[in-house]
Design a binder for this molecule. Structure first.
Ligand SMILES: [Zn+2]
Length: 292
């Protein structure tokens, strides 16, 4: 047993150095999108902050290790308490800080499946912290009221995951789309967690019905966006979808589609340099569309 100790010590030192290094290089920057709504960028999913009459409404919280930095960034905007913390979906780069924000003044809200998935992920983990679970969940939509502002959160089916919700600030005219939108990069569609190409495109169509030319969009990842960019993005996804469908109809195999650069090449230069590379996107489209 003793023999393992130096290695374990070294590993924990390495881990510590890694965490500290990662943390030190992250700074939280703030974009002002409207009178009361801000976007915070650090590492992980974009955070939305609405400063209301008496309270703050917060959307997503990145990683646990960034919580103190995120809290101090929020205090530069307001000293009002965070009454609601809303999770757009269950991925760890959007919910990692849940238990650090959950308190007797902050209530966690998310779609039913977010709570279910977070609980399942933690099954068997003896360190599991109940505080990271949403305390209020909904199946279709939920509306919040704060002074003049109406905040509409609504579920979109099988888009990025099986528990996505978008949040629309009606008066401020800002829409947070969570990971149903990766601005200027190919989307990650998490098929294993219930996402689908069809649902992803439908989510965009639903968003487009709601917004206008002046709406500011907070994407899950990427810079703030707008209706025109979202329209172009959906057109891109639909074009790729129809090309991959044609390939499937012509009996192309998964390997054929992964190799066929012509299916995405006109979009690769702008969209193919993010987390999802062109090959991975073609694979996702094939697997998702073949399943239909
Ligand atoms: Zn995600």
């Amino acid at each position: 047993m003793m023999k393992n100790k130096p290695l374990l010590f070294l590993l924990s030192l390495l881990h510590l150095t890694f965490v500290v290094a990662q943390d030190e290089e992250v700074t939280i920057s703030i974009d002002t999108l409207s009178k009361d709504v801000y976007m915070l960028t650090g590492q992980g999913g974009n955070i939305g902050i609405f400063v209301g009459k008496d309270n703050v409404f917060m959307i997503d919280d990145q990683f646990d290790r960034l919580s103190e930095k995120i809290k101090s960034a929020i205090t530069t905007l307001t000293d009002k308490p965070i009454a609601i913390l809303f999770n757009t979906h269950m991925h760890g780069d959007h919910t990692g800080g849940n238990s650090k924000f959950n308190s007797n003044v902050t209530t966690l809200v998310a779609h039913d499946n977010v709570r279910k998935s977070l609980r399942e992920q933690q099954s068997g983990n003896t360190d599991f912290d109940e505080n990271m679970l949403p305390e209020i969940t909904f199946s279709d939509d939920i509306t919040f009221h704060d002074g003049e502002e109406t905040i509409m959160a609504f579920h979109v089916h099988n888009a990025h995951t099986d528990g996505d919700a978008m949040v629309f600030f009606l008066e401020n005219n800002v829409l947070h789309m969570g990971d149903t939108y990766f601005a200027a990069r190919y989307p990650f569609i998490d098929l294993k967690s219930g996402g689908s190409v069809e649902g992803y495109i439908n989510a965009h169509k639903k968003a487009l019905l709601l917004i206008n030319e002046d709406t500011k969009i907070i994407p899950g990842h990427g810079r703030p966006s707008n209706k025109e960019e979202l329209q172009n993005y959906v057109a891109m996804l639909e074009a790729i979808k129809s090309k991959v469908q044609n390939a499937i109809a012509a009996n192309a195999s998964l390997e054929d589609v992964i190799k066929d650069t012509s299916l995405t090449e006109v979009y690769d230069e702008i969209h193919g340099n993010g987390f999802i590379k062109p090959e991975a996107l073609r694979e996702t489209f094939y697997v998702s569309l073949k399943g239909n």
